[in-house]
Design a protein around this ligand. Structure first.
Ligand SMILES: Cc1cc2nc3c(=O)[nH]c(=O)nc-3n(C[C@H](O)[C@H](O)[C@H](O)COP(=O)(O)O)c2cc1C
Length: 173
C-alpha cells in the first residue's frame, strides 16, 4: 500500500474478527519496529508479543482504557528506557511504524495507555528499569473501515514561514 494511503486510511480499531493474523505478518510488524530509527540509534525499546488468548485476557484485565484488547488477535507491549534521551519520541515512532506495517496487510490496530501498572508488570514480567508506554492491539477489523477522520483543518495546525501566518496558493505551487 502507498504510504500516504496507509496514513490517510488508518483509523484506530477496537473491534476485531476472530480470523487469525498469519505469523509472517506478525513478524513483519516486529521487523518494522526493529528497523525504526531511534535517538542516537540507541534502540532502547523492548517489545512483548502477546498472542495467547489467556494472556490477552490478562492484558485486558490489567488495563483501564483498553479492555477491548481482549478481542484482538495479538497485542504488543511497548517499553522504553526512561533514562534514554527522547524515549517518548522513540516510542511514538516505533508504534506508528508497527501500526502502518500491519495496515499495509489490512491488519487494523488500536492503542491504549491506561493500565494498572503494578498488575501489568507482575503479569508480564516487565523489569523495573523499563518504562511502560503503550499497548497496541492488532487484528482484522470487524467492520469495514470507511476511512473518515475527525481531524482539524491543516490551516489550524500548520503555518507558512511564521507561526500564525496562513498559507497562500503560492506555498503549494
Ligand atoms: C498517545 C495515545 C494514547 C491513546 N490512548 C488510548 C487509550 O488509552 N484507549 C483507547 O481506546 N484509545 C486510545 N488512543 C486512541 C485515540 O483515541 C485515537 O487515536 C484517536 O481518537 C483518533 O482515532 P482515529 O484515528 O480512529 O480517528 C490513544 C491514542 C494515542 C495517540
Amino acid at each position: 500500500m502507498d504510504t500516504f494511503k496507509a496514513i490517510s486510511t488508518k483509523l484506530d480499531v477496537r473491534e476485531f474478527k476472530s480470523q487469525r493474523v498469519p505469523g509472517d505478518i506478525k513478524r513483519k510488524v516486529l521487523e518494522a519496529a526493529r528497523l525504526t530509527g531511534s535517538a542516537m540509534n540507541r534502540q532502547e525499546w523492548r517489545f512483548v508479543l502477546i498472542q495467547d488468548r489467556a494472556d490477552l485476557k490478562k492484558l485486558a484485565a490489567d488495563s483501564r482504557t483498553g479492555k477491548w484488547v481482549e478481542g484482538a488477535d495479538f497485542a504488543i507491549i511497548i517499553l522504553v528506557d526512561p533514562k534514554v534521551f527522547a524515549h517518548m519520541i522513540d516510542a511514538g515512532r516505533v508504534l506508528q511504524d508497527m501500526e502502518l506495517a500491519a495496515w499495509n496487510f489490512g491488519v487494523a490496530s488500536g492503542i491504549y495507555m491506561g493500565v494498572d501498572e503494578g498488575a501489568l508488570r507482575k503479569d508480564f514480567a516487565i523489569p523495573e528499569a523499563l518504562m511502560f508506554t503503550a499497548v497496541l492491539g492488532f487484528g482484522y477489523p470487524k467492520r469495514k473501515i470507511l476511512g473518515k477522520k475527525d481531524r482539524k483543518p491543516l490551516e489550524e495546525i500548520a503555518f507558512s514561514e511564521k507561526f500564525g501566518q496562513k498559507f497562500t496558493a503560492k506555498d503549494f505551487s
